[in-house]
Design a protein around this ligand. Sequence first.
Ligand code: DX5
Ligand code: ZN
Length: 218
Amino acid sequence: MVKIAPSILSADFAKLGDEVKKLHDGGADIIHIDVMDGHFVPNMSFGPMVVSAIRSFTDLPFDVHLMMDNPMDYIGAFVEAGADSITVHGEVLPHLHRAVNYIKGFGVKAAVALNPSTPLSILDYILGDIDMVLIMTVNPGFGGQKFIPVMMEKIRRLYDIKNKSGFDFSIEVDGGIGLNNINDVVKAGADIIVAGSAVFNSDDIGATIKALREEALK
Ligand code: DX5
Ligand code: ZN
């Protein structure tokens, strides 16, 4: 079952609660929350206090994507704020196995994100421990960037590894996904689709989520 996870990075920050409610009413499956620290990525977004402030606007799962150099210091705070899954970047964590199990210790799902240039092989020995892999299909930091075409091959490879390993993790894709390519990423093996600008730059959020879902399942 493919899930649509709109990213609130492209929402109107002055009305974030209402924007989350629109996603809820519009049929989103998951709310994707992009946390940026201005170090790991060249942009800043929001922290646990903002996540906590929007928690009451929906009961949909909060998928918190930590684009940070020091995610370990903030995992507890994001769980406390209402995260249902925490995604950390493999590039910043030499003890990835420890990090994943630390996240799971809070009773939430644990995921690892990989930048476009990071090989899948860093996941070889933790695939059995993680709930989800996030394949970045743009270089993280900004919404509205172009999907990097060779990432299609990376998704396919991960899907193949998943099938051969027998481990049951989700494959999430994030960056530059819209009506034009959602079907291709799903066919390649993705089952959780993040979409920021495609959802928020449209006139009708609900109609766009519906169209994305229909296109994904074609
Ligand atoms: C990129 C973020 C993404 C981004 C997606 O740094 O992790 O979640 O907001 O936005 P679009 O769908 O506009 O590429
Ligand atoms: Zn993201």
